[in-house]
Design a protein around this ligand. Structure first.
Ligand code: ZN
Length: 345
């Protein structure tokens, strides 16, 4: 499983729409039931039946290819970018001291504080047991606590929707996880994975060592779902040494296939199968890196390594001599982070 430093530090992306689900809504005219099943159950999508116009938006200082569907920017199938944080024009990322601030694209860290995730279940959501079962699975296997919200302002809101979808990391305020009727407990575990900061496993930077993406078989307009985060301009980190095919965040071989042929194959020629039952040991290991057990308070200042790049509060910066530097068009300049906003030093 892979998680990105970016992710935690990143202010968040919006919602991901994983489409594992709406099985009942999918047309079953294709007799190839095996690939159909893979496609339907193992690729979460926010809007399974719609393909939106593809466009580019700026999010956290990076340009991302997205689909625009029903007024939402959908990235990688089931990740929804908060509209007020995604912009069609690049945003100012570093401010002069004292300059008045616009609403930044990246003001939150994306991590849940104190290993505590607050949530609320829409009283109209059908089959609420899947939410409670998924939450219990997370609590049993990780150091995260899930607390039903009373009064706190940042929380996950489980509600009905056209597909399965989630934001990535803590966005701030109420952030939805949508669950169509077809979204299972396993799909819900997957969506919670996004909400606490996990990307899809096949987005690992090193995934080409393990798999090959067959772009010719991908539905037109869905190709961006197969980008690595490096290709998106992000820095990241893998928390397992190899791609974890057993990760609950891994796409199936047939995700977004337009012709029943595989879209992802193993480089060694073998088949692989993905699951939507439980967090894998790799998933659990990754979460432990993000949310160490026993660290009652998750520090907002992780252990930054000199010489490495990080994306923090929307800006990709270089850590050097225990300070931050930003590569502007005028060259490297020192910057500092104050209350989640960057300033020139
Ligand atoms: Zn997903």
């Amino acid at each position: 499983m892979r998680k990105l430093k970016v992710l935690f530090l990143l202010p968040v992306l919006g919602m991901i729409a994983c489409s594992e689900d709406p099985i009942s809504e999918i047309d079953n005219t294709t007799p190839n039931s095996i690939t159909e099943d893979f496609n339907q159950n193992l690729t979460e999508k926010a809007y399974p039946k719609q393909l939106g116009a593809t466009s580019q938006v700026y999010f956290a200082g990076q340009k991302l290819p997205v689909e625009e569907i029903k007024g939402s920017y959908v990235y990688q199938g089931d990740i929804i970018l908060p509209k007020d944080m995604a912009n069609v024009q690049p945003k100012k990322l570093v401010y002069q001291e004292g300059e008045s601030l616009q609403k930044s694209t990246g003001r939150t860290s994306g991590l849940w504080k104190d290993n505590t995730v607050y949530f609320q279940v829409d009283s109209n959501l059908p089959n609420q047991q899947r939410v409670y079962d998924a939450v219990k699975h997370w609590e049993s296997n990780t150091s995260l606590d899930f607390v039903e919200r009373s009064g706190v302002s940042d929380y996950i809101y489980f509600t009905a929707g056209a597909g399965c979808s989630s934001y990535i990391g803590r966005v701030g305020g109420r952030q939805e996880i949508t669950l169509a009727d077809g979204c299972s407990t396993g799909n819900t575990i997957h969506e919670i994975g996004h909400a606490v900061g996990l990307w899809h496993e096949q987005s690992r930077v090193d995934r080409d060592r393990h798999v090959t993406i067959l772009y010719d078989n991908i539905e037109s307009g869905r190709e961006h779902n197969f980008s690595t985060y490096e290709e998106m301009g992000y820095e990241g980190e893998e928390f397992t040494s190899n791609l974890d095919f057993n990760s609950i965040m891994m796409y199936s071989s047939y995700s977004f296939s337009k012709n029943g042929e595989p879209t992802i194959v193993k480089n060694d020629g073998g088949a692989y199968y993905v699951q939507r039952q439980e967090l894998s040991s790799g998933d659990i290991q990754g979460i432990e890196s993000m949310y160490p057990s026993g660290s009652g308070t998750t520090t907002s200042e992780p252990n930054y390594i000199n010489g490495e790049y990080y994306t923090v509060s929307g800006l990709t910066v270089l850590r050097y001599n225990d300070s931050w530097y930003y590569g502007s068009r005028f060259g490297w300049r020192k910057v500092k982070l104050v209350d989640s906003n960057w300033y020139w030093v």
